[in-house]
Design a protein around this ligand. Sequence first.
Ligand SMILES: *Cc1c(COP(=O)(O)O)cnc(C)c1O
Length: 395
Amino acid sequence: MSKSSAAYRPETRLVHSGTLRSQYGETSEALFLTQGYVYASAEECEARFKGEDPGFIYSRYSNPTIAMFERRMIELEGAEAARSAATGMAAVTTAILAPLKAGDHVVASRALFGSCLYVIQDLLPRYGIEATLVDGLDLDQWQRALKPNTKTFFLESPTNPTLDVLDIPSIAEIAHKGGARLVVDNVFATPIWQSPLALGADVVVYSATKHIDGQGRCLGGIILSSEAFIAEHIHNFMRQTGPSISPFNAWVLLKGLETLGVRVRAQTDTAARIAEVLARHPKISRLVYPGRADHPQAALVKKQMRGGSTLVGFEVKGGKAAAFRVLNELKLAKISNNLGDAKSLVTHPATTTHQRLKPEDRAALGISEGFIRFSAGLEHADDLIEDLTAALEKA
Ligand SMILES: *Cc1c(COP(=O)(O)O)cnc(C)c1O
């Protein structure tokens, strides 16, 4: 692109940003399946190792296809730098663990993706890093959890699976006043609807496995932040420990970005229509959808998000038995623990993603036995609504 891609709107950046065209002038981004690189001379090789020549060295550190994926995400997110990883969890674990040492303290919102909760609650303490879990909706709890050794605040918003929306600017301010950084897992919001860095967060992480691929093919993750954070904390950690993404997966995700905007918009429109139908349904006792006026943090959604969600949460009257009947009766929407796919997916969090939790902890998070998470796909909204209402008849 001739003008700086920051001058273009997000839809344009999703298609063009970061493209590195080879000498063959290919239209589509090239897939560089190579482990290493060869050098024209020993002098060039030396210069590259000294960092005086910007070329590639080894695909554990960098690769042209991976660089294209990272650059496109950087320009979409408005970050200065990024490093991609093999999975979303590799990105989350690295973003949290790499900057910390024994004696540090982390504060995180309790409503987390199961593996993120494991990293905070089980893994960190084994290495002498203290962790405090708070109710992320309660700003006083974030404030009171701060200690002189607090280095990181971590949250997801909207939360999984109850789709609560946390106040990112206020939590960032509390973190910064206490000398800590805020890391946001932005998977549920997607880069289309929420930009945590612009809201005051210091680091954003994604499981690219979800909406960024969006077609159920491969795993991936990415960490985005300032150049200084990546250089100081992430670059060397990833280079030496190697949670690297495959160039093939980076290529799939790069091509996924081209259609991310249209997919997320279509899936969000469908989710909103499903929410509208469920809100009036006699067999539903609770409905949560960010973007509706009846969402518990509706004002906050308006302030910090540009759109709703591709996910809908709802509680079926009759507990687990009724929820299971709905899942088993659905013909189109598939039972899965995944989300953000072109295919609509339904999850029963209490027996899958959150079954590790104690019943009282699940209850505190609002995950009842009748709660279902619905990830809207790209099917026609009317077909999905007919599928859901037919299944609810049987509940
Ligand atoms: C899926 C998910 C992850 C983990 O991503 P993987 O690619 O499966 O490792 C982390 N956070 C959230 C919110 C997720 O939905």
